[in-house]
Write a protein that binds this ligand. Structure first.
Ligand code: APR
Ligand code: ZN
Ligand code: ZN
Length: 367
């Protein structure tokens, strides 16, 4: 099969012919129909998220089960599935404690393989790794059965794909991690594919003021379509001062950082009111440190700073819940797709993401 491979750090992606093995025990062969292009894919290319190479990127996908390995019980051939970039076993300590988004099975996949640490992809006999035990920039993937959620056949798969990362993460940040309440004021710093979903999650929760911050006016326009009530261009205005001006000098009840940069994390903390909540969604480089005055952050100002991984989601409950919201017209999914592309256009999609011209590019695989 032909897939988009990152050959080495800081190099363009290449469409290469790969061999794909049969599914092993507990594994499933999925025909990947669609895949979103997320900033985390780019973050592997530029080293923000360290991964071995060569690797097939892509972690926001949906498709159809083609073949199941020994012992697979959760899905069968023909099932339509949303792929989950964190496996959720339902049995480990974290899963039993209601935190499947940090399932212990994910530890094994952090090195670019499946649950046994090895990959099912190769080129001329050498292993090619799979991002997040998936690799949705290829038209087929062998993935663990605990990395997918069955969905109804009538959901368009390019819409379903987006749920796999951006929607679960962004909407989950607002509804699960932060628990935004009716009437809250919220600030969202970074209005990309994930940030737009934080905005629509905050809207669903009933936030009365949703302040969007970005450096591109194009993104701020999209933010308004997804429910932002106010916008701040951080390239032109001091974002923290502007948030204070919109919240009677208090700061927002809840602030979300959805970029992953030290300075914007600081902005989120400073734009939050006393007693408020800060939610860190963006994935920073490994060397980004946060240095804060302990007394004047946590004690006197009583702020809570929370990390948000995968929207604190339980994928088995949240995927159907999000699709219900979409069916009721309360969640925008088609509107997130700015461009439908083929896998050959992947480098252009990365450039578009950095130029601020798209919410999401979505790859439609040909088979
Ligand atoms: N100030 C304000 N906005 C900024 C700044 C900045 N200094 N730097 C970047 N942005 C904006 C971009 O203009 C863009 O709209 O942040 C947004 C980031 O969006 P995307 O590149 O589409 O990224 P997205 O896929 O939404 O992911 C955001 O979440 O999942 C993680 O790894 C992912 O860290 C990344 C974050
Ligand atoms: Zn992602
Ligand atoms: Zn688990």
């Amino acid at each position: 099969m032909k897939a988009a491979v990152l050959p080495a750090l800081d190099t363009p992606l290449e469409t290469q012919e790969l061999e794909i093995a049969a599914p092993g025990p507990g594994e499933v062969r999925v025909k990947v129909v669609a895949s979103g292009v997320c900033h985390s894919d780019l973050s592997i290319q530029n080293g923000t998220i360290p991964q071995p190479t060569p690797i097939v990127l892509g972690h926001e996908g949906a498709g159809i089960v083609e073949e199941v390995g020994e012992g697979v019980t959760k899905v069968q051939p023909g099932d339509h599935v949303v792929l989950s970039f964190v496996p959720a076993c339902g049995e480990c300590y974290m899963c039993r404690h209601g935190q499947p988004y940090v399932c212990e099975q994910a530890n094994a996949t952090a090195g670019g393989g499946l649950l046994d640490g090895t990959t099912r992809l190769s080129r001329d006999g050498s292993p090619v790794f799979q991002m997040a035990a998936l690799g949705t920039f290829g038209p087929y993937a062998i993935v663990p059965e605990i990395s997918m959620v069955k969905i109804d056949d009538d959901v368009p798969l390019e819409v379903a794909a987006l749920i796999g990362c951006g929607v679960l993460t962004g909407v989950g940040a607002a509804l699960n991690t932060a628990d935004v309440q009716e009437g809250d004021s919220v600030v969202v710093i970074g209005c990309g594919g994930v940030g737009l979903n934080v905005i629509q999650g905050a809207k669903i929760a009933g936030a009365s003021r949703i302040i969007a911050v970005d450096r591109f006016d194009s993104k701020l326009e999209m933010a308004k379509d997804f429910g932002a009530t106010d916008t701040i261009n951080a390239g032109e205005t001091d974002a923290v001062m502007a948030v204070m001006g919109l919240t009677e000098g208090r700061g927002a009840d809840v602030a979300f950082e959805v970029i992953g940069l030290g300075p914007t994390i600081e902005q989120a903390i400073n734009a939050t009111r006393k007693g408020g909540e800060v939610v860190l969604v963006g994935v920073p480089r490994m060397d980004v440190m946060v240095n804060l005055p302990a007394a004047f952050t946590w004690l006197y100002l009583a702020k809570t700073i929370k990390g948000c991984w995968y929207g604190s989601s339980n994928v088995y409950e949240d995927v159907p819940k999000l699709l219900d919201l979409w069916k009721k017209g309360e969640l925008k999914l088609e509107e997130l797709i700015s461009k439908e592309i083929t896998v050959e256009d992947i480098n252009e999609a990365f450039a578009d993401m950095q130029a601020g011209t798209v919410a999401r590019s979505v790859i439609q695989h040909s088979h």
